[in-house]
Write a protein that binds this ligand. Structure first.
Ligand SMILES: [Zn+2]
Length: 302
């Protein structure tokens, strides 16, 4: 099945929806990691949700969803760059994870974990901060946490259904649009609860088994929907040798040289795609010489 994100509108009612399905992209994103099943599920649900939110952005830019956990899962990060380029990673603490571990057990046994969502417009000025919304991890599922975020930050009544396993990640987002000011009131006032009730009949297995078009038909075959051209989410990592070099510069020459002395090279491994960037003694010397030259140049200019 193809990786697809489908957007649609209920024709006679102020309700819009999206269905996303990640297949090959999800498997590529997780191929280099051996996440326990509950972590895979949580990260997959976050990834599907981030794709759904990204497709709703009114500007060209990136969305980053991040949970800093205080339990067996230390960190969950999902990024969606413009053009539906996705990447995701999870970092775990030492120790085992129970097969049925819940969201709260995985990331929030301490009770104070939060989910941060950063919206970063592509045309942001250098001095401008990206917009960040933070919500407490209240709820049994990541869908509940994000419904809370959408209500709070966008003030849009929203419902989310998410599912993920090792093979796929998928989700449905429904949003109740505000009535247009001055426009004739829509006649179908029952559409919002009806759309929710129809979608709630969906099982996680169905959500993971059906393509978005088939799913839309299965759920809303009695409704009149307007479809938009589907989007094609894909896995793409933005790491590079240049970026890894800048990380090494930030680490400092002393630290880099001590790693060199110990191991003969400095290796930086991308958490997202597992790409390996190795720097030997010559590379490190060149990097710091050119990096420091650039620093001096830029400070001389100011
Ligand atoms: Zn990478």
């Amino acid at each position: 099945m193809a990786d697809t994100l489908l957007k649609f509108l209920f024709r006679d009612a102020p309700v819009r929806g999206e269905i996303v399905r990640l297949d090959a992209s999800w498997r590529a994103m997780t191929a280099h990691h051996r996440y326990p099943a509950p972590v895979l599920r949580l990260l997959g649900e976050m990834t599907a949700a981030a794709a759904l939110l990204a497709a709703n952005l009114k500007f060209d830019g990136a969305i980053v969803m991040q949970i800093q956990g205080n339990g067996p899962v230390r960190l969950l990060v999902v990024e969606v760059q413009s053009g539906m380029k996705l990447r995701a990673t999870a970092k775990l603490r030492e120790g085992s994870i129970a097969a049925g571990a819940t969201l709260q057990q995985l990331v929030n046994p301490g009770g104070d974990a939060r989910c941060a969502i950063t919206l970063d417009p592509a045309d942001r000025h250098p001095g401008q901060q990206p917009y960040q919304g933070v919500v407490p991890l209240e709820g049994e599922t990541i869908a509940q946490v994000l419904e809370h975020y959408l209500r709070q930050s966008e003030q849009v009544e929203s419902r989310l259904w998410l599912a993920a396993n090792g093979a796929a990640a998928a989700g449905v987002l429904l949003q109740k649009l505000p009535q247009d000011a001055g426009a004739a009131p829509r006649t179908d006032t029952d559409a919002w609860p009806r759309a929710g009730a129809l979608t709630a009949t969906l099982t996680a297995d169905e959500l993971l088994a059906l393509e978005p078009q088939a799913l839309a038909h299965r759920l809303y075959w009695e409704e009149r929907l307007d479809h938009f051209a589907p989007l094609a989410p894909r896995f793409e990592c933005s790491c590079s040798r240049g970026r890894s070099g800048r990380m090494l510069l930030a680490l400092g020459r002393e630290e880099a040289e001590s790693i060199l002395a110990e191991r003969g090279e400095v290796e930086i491994v991308c958490d997202f795609c597992n790409a390996r960037y190795a720097f030997d003694a010559v590379d490190v010397a060149q990097l710091f010489a050119s990096g420091i030259a650039r620093e001096t140049e830029s400070s001389a200019r100011h």
